[in-house]
Design a protein around this ligand. Structure first.
Ligand code: ZN
Length: 171
């Protein structure tokens, strides 16, 4: 089946705040969705994308930081080590970047697209992206890590964004 580009949900959409459900059995449908998620991520120059971002409340993520594509089902962090702070963006929070403190190294257990258990040892940027995407599965966004002052700035930026969206709809 050809891959279609999916529409990315933007902050304010309630699906981004829902807890994603674990996948009980990985099917062709999931494999198709994972491919479409990967295409959407590449088309939007992202390095990660999670199910809720395309309106799907399932524990699916795709990640590619330039070292190969990972399609993960039910990813769980089983170990964290060290600290790092990287300025992060998010396809669901356009125009905003926030410095987020996360673990420097993580161990992630998941299923691959064939339902086979896999374990990933990640560090630095890769570890950061995995933690970011797994946050999405818990309904957590980068804005939740913002400082008080940053939150005010974000509110203003999002109001402008919303106003722009409205004008777009009117045209
Ligand atoms: Zn994100």
């Amino acid at each position: 089946m050809p891959e279609t580009k999916l529409k990315i949900k933007i902050i304010g959409d309630s699906v981004l705040r829902k807890k994603a459900k674990p996948v009980t059995r990985v099917t062709d449908e999931h494999r198709q969705i994972l491919s479409e998620m990967a295409k959407t991520m590449y088309d939007d120059s992202g390095i990660g994308l999670a199910g809720p971002q395309i309106g799907l409340c399932a524990q699916l993520i795709v990640v590619d930081i330039g070292e190969g594509l990972y399609k993960l089902v039910n990813p769980v962090i089983t170990n964290k080590q060290g600290k790092q702070s990287i300025r992060e963006g998010c396809l669901s929070v356009p125009g905003i970047s926030i410095k987020v403190k996360r673990a420097k190294q993580v161990c992630v257990q998941a299923l691959d697209e064939n339902g086979k258990p896999i374990e990933i040892q990640a560090r630095d940027l890769f570890a950061c992206v995995l933690q970011h995407e797994i946050d999405h599965l818990k309904g957590k966004l980068i804005v939740d890590y913002a400082t008080f002052l940053e939150k005010i700035k974000i509110k203003r930026k999002l109001a402008v964004l919303k106003a722009k969206e409205k004008t777009k709809l009117k045209l």
